[in-house]
Design a protein. Sequence first.
Length: 289
Amino acid sequence: MSKAIVVGINGSAGSDAAMTWALQRAARDKLPVIAVHAVDDRWMSPDFQYHELIRESGMELLQKAQTSAGEQAPDVKVDIQLRHGSGGSVLREVSKEATMIVVGGHEKRRIDGGPMTDRALQVVAASECPVAVVPAKPGAAAKGVVVGVDGSEESLQAVAFAAAEADLGGDELSVVLAFKSPARWVEKQLPSSGLAESIVEENRIVLAESVAGLGDKYPDLVVHQRLETNTEPAKALVDIAADARLLVIGSRGRGGFSRTVLGSTAHAVLLNVPCPTIVTRVHKVKHQD
């Protein structure tokens, strides 16, 4: 049996949007969906009087989501699972047997990121399969697929994933490489070095190499190369993908929950998700320390 798309359910507008997006994808790919809700009862005693009430509330939430899913996509098989533990750890565990994890983004964020945002980041950082983060209000007329590259093996995996998505959906693909130009004081210290021009040219080569071979594999795919020479990568991706159907980014995929493991660009993008965003986890890459 094909691995299911797993959707994290918590009753928020973000998780509703995540379910709708997952159902559309499941219908396209002929895959089942599993709706998962985590009851974080680690702090509770089994004798706590509200323990069973919380479990029942979680099951009711899942059943409601299952009923709504049946109305939206009657041809998609949707199962439900009530699990125990933190949302991040539960979705991390189910990612081992999933084709993709889908969670909702959140409009309201506190300065510290907020517990729900942190949970999504944890899932993305630790998942063993690709993770999609879906904003509560995705754009209605969105089109095109955007992918960020930086010359790393992970970004090449992201390009391969994004190209397949764009070709399947009949979209154009925008491949983006962004970097900050050297500070002016550096240029002034090296007036005849041509440092800025060299950096731009090197990145232009990296960008061209990142899309090499796509034309042979997808002859009908329109590919745009975008080199942003004085913009932080995360800001460039968020701005360019504002009206996109999908944004794809790579992650280091080394396990764990930290920002450095996830990657600073992916971390920043996920705090400002502009459209449905997939963080790829095609295969793990060994890095030298």
